[in-house]
Structure formats: structure tokens, C-alpha cells
Design a protein. Structure first.
Length: 504
């Protein structure tokens, strides 16, 4: 039974919008916390697996990975929960059905879920205190431990760099598929947050100072820049009053400029070559990746994402899909993958994996020719219907395995809400989108999408990702040299302190 929510009793908030979301048997509310401007969404229904999330919009201006380091650091103790590692303690002691934190290229999220009321309330408190009152201000060693630190075992030892995020990202960067995906974003959006590595590039992580780290928290981890979400069978009046009294009311409004404008299109498609590391003795034969990537409109355009996903299934990913088949038959590659990803704009990608290095022009030519042929002869309508049926079924079924439903709805609604305060429920209200697209299958709508967003699109990147022998060693040598030079500038006393700090 849904607990009754009376919006007029939520005195600290004003109602922005209320919508029946029949698709989810839910009532959605967007509220604005009057004192701070904090955005609050309620998605109320009888689901006992309750979800809370607080997210902040966290665009970046460099590759130091400051949002990722902050995500790790705020979970290392707070004013009320000073245990050294409350996150680990929580996992052990809680009845949670989900508990995590995630850094994206433009936001950082802290979701928790539980079926138990007491546990849920406790988790909300732990997360609110973690993000707003972390111990990072009083214990700067958290930054060094989670971000980066100088490591020196003995006075005449070799100076190296250590750190949880630093080491994690070294692992991530060593995967070629990860390099391909990251370089796609960075090169399609050279002038905004997506041109940088929000997780942190190990080469640049050591450029981050403690002061910059603290300033990032002060600027972006503020109620005025927050997106709060409450889902399920919750006593919303009680929770809203509590949020206000325990946390939000302690802040004044802050003007935070975190908006992410759309990136302008290129004047003409661009080509880039980047590298990933392979061992000195490894073969580089047929180890090249070619990607054909375009920016396909705005995530805020109603129905476009679903349409592009249907298109992608039909031309690229279904068994025997024409682009996949053409590339493999021509001997360009062993595997083709790709599809649609979204930030504030949509990215459509075709990537050919394990290619001979000299096939770039042929790769592009085959894709263009295949697309032109599809446009001329008409797209396979049955494949579009199959894709739409599957999307509709998955949406209705909402079967996310052992994960809480409310978590997925949270991620869906962030896909639009983060970029437009007026479109919070866009990806939850899908009924009309499905109906509209079903009618469009029998028109030339999808052929037109190919022309507009893929073939004749100037916002296009042809990316070649080549293996490079000894790249890791090259980078390590460069870093070792830099660190040795730095060590040579230190006094004996500074070196002694460094050894002591390392031991500590
Ligand atoms: Zn991490």
C-alpha cells in the first residue's frame, strides 16, 4: 500500500511538476527545495525495494580524475560516521539490495536501496553525511591515499607514485577496448567536459593538488547542484522533512555553473590516430581498431534515442546485419561492435576490431556504400519491428535480475533530467514514443535518420586505434626520469619525511 503523500505538507519545498506515470504504476513529483534550490524527485508506488540516490552534476576541465578521486574519498568517513571505511562497514552490516557510487563523464551518483525501512533510513543518512560532510577537509591523507601519493621505501630507494584511483586507472587504460571508447568521446567533443577523462588519466592524476580537490567538492557537492531521488513505498513527507532538517536547511543557495551546453558540429568529418600499449614481444599484426562515430542529435529529442537504437539493431548488431556482414566478408576485421551511447548528445559508433592496419579507407568506404544501398533499397522493416517489440517488452517487463527496479528508473530519468530541468520523466513515459515509432516504421523515417545522422553528418570521427609496442615502458621510463629529477631537488630532510609518510 502506497503511503499517502501530501505535497502541501512538504513546507520546505515547492512543487515543480506532478505526473501520473501509468507505465510504471507510479506518481512522479519534482520538487524544488526552497532555500537551496536542490532538485528532488519522488517516484512513488508500492515497490518495497526502496531506492535513494543523490547525484551531482560534475563536469571536468582536465584529465586529473578529480570527480573519481572525490567519489572514492567521500566514502572514507564523514562527520557522523567517522569509521575509517564506512562503505565497507555498511556492506557488511546492512540489509541493502544495492549500494554503490559511480563517476560518469558529467555526473557522480550515490545510490542505495533496501527493503527494510530502518536500514533504508540509515543508509540515506550515511550517504547524505558522506557527500556533504566528508572527512576530506580535516584528513588530507584521504586525498593522498585515494588519489595519488609519492611512495619512497628508503632514502636511497626509487621514488614512485601510488594511489587507489591512480592504480585503478592504470588498469583501465591498458585495455584497448577502453581506449577506443574513451578516445571516441574525447575527440567527438573536443571543447567540453567529454573531451576529458573523468576517471583520471594516470599521466595527469599527479597534477591534481589537494586544494583543487577540495575546491571541486566545495563547488559541486552542494545541495544547489544536487539531484535527489526517492523511489518506492516510502513515507515521502517524513523523508522530505528529515532531509530538510538534517541536511538541506543548513545551506544557503549557491550559484553553481555546471550546465553542459551542446557541442557544435564540425565543419567537416575529422580523422584521428591514437595508440594502445602492447608488450615488446607481442605481434601487432591485425591488432588495429577502426571506429566510425557520429554525434546523432540531442538526448532530449523525444523518441530519437529509441529510434537510433532500433536502427542500430537493424543495420549493425542483429545476426547478419548488413554493415557487420559487409565488413567481415570484405576481410576488414574479425569482429564488429557498436551502437548508441548517450550523454547530452547521442553517439552512434561502428567499431571494427582486429583489423590489418592498412584497411582504414576500405573500412569507411564499405560503411558508406552499405548505408547508401540501404537508403536506396529501403531498410529491413521486419528487423525494425523486432527491435521495437524487444524494447517494448523489456520496458514493460522491467526485469533487472537481482537489481532494484528503482535503480534503473533512476538512471533512465537522469538521462534527461541532468540536461533539462523541464524533462525529468522523458525516459519513464515511453508509451507514446513506442506508438509513434511503430507508425514510422512504414514511412521513410529510418532511411532519413541514416542520411541525416550517419551518412551526411559532419560531426563525424574516423578513429584509428593502433597497437604500439613498448608504449607502457616508454611512459614508465618518462615518469621514472621525471620522478628521479624531482627527488634530486629534495633536501635530506624532505626525503626523510617522504620515507616516514610512506611508512605511515
Ligand atoms: Zn574507482
Amino acid at each position: 500500500m502506497t503511503k499517502n503523500f501530501d505535497v502541501t505538507k512538504a513546507k520546505a519545498y515547492e512543487l515543480v511538476t506532478r505526473e501520473e506515470i501509468s507505465e510504471l504504476n507510479s506518481v512522479g513529483y519534482v520538487l524544488r527545495h526552497i532555500k537551496t534550490g536542490a532538485r528532488v524527485m519522488l517516484l512513488l508506488n508500492d515497490d518495497n525495494n526502496k531506492v535513494f540516490n543523490i547525484a551531482f552534476r560534475t563536469p571536468v576541465m582536465n584529465d586529473t580524475g578529480v570527480p573519481h578521486i572525490l567519489e572514492h574519498s567521500v566514502l572514507c568517513g564523514s562527520k557522523k560516521y567517522s569509521a575509517k571505511d564506512p562503505f565497507v562497514e555498511l556492506v557488511k552490516g546492512s540489509l541493502n539490495t544495492f549500494l554503490n557510487a559511480m563517476t560518469y563523464p558529467d555526473k557522480t551518483m550515490y545510490p542505495v536501496a533496501s527493503c527494510n525501512d530502518k536500514d533504508f533510513m540509515n543508509l540515506m543518512d550515511v550517504y547524505m553525511d558522506a557527500v556533504l560532510n566528508p572527512n576530506i577537509y580535516t584528513r588530507d591523507e584521504i586525498f593522498r591515499q585515494e588519489g595519488w601519493n609519492y611512495h619512497l621505501d628508503s632514502e636511497d630507494g626509487e621514488l614512485t607514485i601510488n594511489g587507489v584511483v591512480y592504480n585503478e586507472m592504470k588498469g583501465v587504460m591498458s585495455s584497448p577496448d577502453s581506449v577506443v571508447s574513451r578516445e571516441g568521446y574525447h575527440n567527438l567533443f573536443p571543447e567540453n567536459t567529454y573531451s576529458f577523462e573523468s576517471g583520471g588519466d594516470p599521466e595527469f592524476i599527479p597534477e591534481l593538488t589537494y586544494e583543487e580537490f577540495i575546491n571541486f567538492h566545495k563547488t559541486y557537492y552542494h545541495p544547489s547542484n544536487s539531484y535527489i531521488y526517492l523511489y518506492g513505498d516510502v513515507d515521502a513527507n517524513e523523508r522530505l522533512d528529515w532531509l530538510d532538517e538534517a541536511y538541506l536547511s543548513k545551506y544557503d543557495a549557491l550559484e553553481v555553473n555546471s550546465s553542459i551546453p551542446e557541442h557544435k558540429s564540425f565543419d567537416a568529418p575529422i580523422e584521428k590516430e591514437v595508440f594502445y600499449a602492447v608488450g615488446k614481444d607481442e605481434s601487432v599484426d591485425k591488432k588495429t581498431y577502426f571506429s566510425y562515430a557520429t554525434v546523432a542529435g540531442s538526448v532530449l529529442e523525444e523518441g530519437l534515442v529509441t529510434a537510433m537504437e532500433m536502427l542500430s539493431y537493424s543495420i549493425l548488431s542483429m545476426p547478419g546485419a548488413p554493415i557487420q556482414k559487409a565488413l567481415i566478408d570484405a576481410g576488414i576485421c574479425e569482429e564488429v561492435y557498436g551502437g548508441l551511447e548517450t550523454v547530452n548528445q547521442n553517439i552512434f559508433t561502428i567499431t571494427a576490431k582486429n583489423c590489418p592496419a592498412d584497411k582504414k579507407d576500405e573500412f569507411v568506404r564499405i560503411i558508406d556504400e552499405t548505408l547508401k544501398k540501404i537508403v536506396a533499397e529501403g531498410i529491413n522493416k521486419d528487423s525494425l519491428r523486432a527491435a521495437l517489440n524487444k524494447k517494448e517488452f523489456d520496458f514493460r517487463e522491467a526485469d533487472f535480475g537481482s537489481y532494484p527496479k528503482g535503480l534503473f528508473y533512476c538512471m533512465d530519468m537522469m538521462d534527461s533530467w541532468l540536461y533539462d530541468d523541464n524533462k525529468p520523466f522523458m525516459y519513464l513515459k515511453m508509451e507514446s514514443v513506442f506508438n509513434d515509432l511503430r507508425e514510422k516504421i512504414d514511412t521513410d523515417y529510418f532511411e532519413k535518420l541514416i542520411e541525416k545522422y550517419i551518412l551526411n553528418n559532419n560531426h563525424k570521427l574516423i578513429l584509428t586505434t593502433n597497437p604500439k609496442k613498448g608504449l607502457t615502458e616508454e611512459k614508465e621510463e618518462k615518469l621514472a626520469k621525471k620522478l628521479a629529477e624531482y627527488k634530486a631537488t629534495l633536501t635530506d630532510e624532505e626525503i626523510k619525511k617522504m620515507v616516514a609518510d610512506t611508512k605511515h
